[in-house]
Design a protein around this ligand. Structure first.
Ligand code: FE2
Ligand code: FE2
Length: 168
């Protein structure tokens, strides 16, 4: 049940985008660790792992659809940030770009009548609602704790408790 050329290009592009997100979040984790937030850094590293699992879910879907893999090159991630909030605002912007990309793919698959792609795209769109919401929550918490070392320390410990993601 091969993907059309258009959908093959789109799924390969999305696979690359998920790996790029993983790459970007790992760079953010490194910055956070060096900025003195080991818990937030660990949280971001888990987020990086989760994006890699998203990439693998698309990788498997492309292969299951008897279609050739064409993983693109990864762009260099940003490595300098102004603050922890700046990191999360960049992460939220990254998530919004992914949401827009997946929504466009859903529209395209619908137009092509590629109904077999719709459930996996719907899964990803649902996942985006959750991820955008989580990023916004962390931004709110960081703003609330801003300028209060004790609150920031507690938040760092809390975020540091995030466990490894399950396979997508
Ligand atoms: Fe993702
Ligand atoms: Fe994401």
């Amino acid at each position: 049940m091969q993907l059309s050329d258009t959908m093959a290009t789109e799924f390969n592009r999305q696979l690359t985008m998920e790996l790029e997100a993983s790459h970007a979040y790992l760079a953010m984790a490194g910055w956070l660790d060096r900025a003195g937030f080991p818990g937030v850094a660990s949280w971001m590293q888990m987020q990086s792992e989760e994006e890699r699992l998203h990439g693998l879910k698309i990788y498997q879907f492309i292969l299951d659809r008897d279609t050739e893999l064409a993983i693109g090159p990864l762009g260099a991630p940003s490595t300098t940030f102004n603050s922890v909030i700046d990191v999360f605002e960049s992460a939220l912007a990254q998530e919004k770009a992914v949401t827009a990309s997946l929504s466009a793919m859903y529209t395209l698959a619908t137009a092509e009548g590629d109904i077999a792609s719709l459930p996996v795209l719907q899964w990803f769109v649902n996942e985006q609602i959750e991820e955008e919401s989580t990023m916004m929550q962390v931004i709110d918490d960081l703003k609330f704790a801003d300028g209060n070392p004790q609150a920031l320390l507690l938040l760092d410990r809390e975020l540091g408790a995030r466990g490894a993601p399950l396979p997508a």
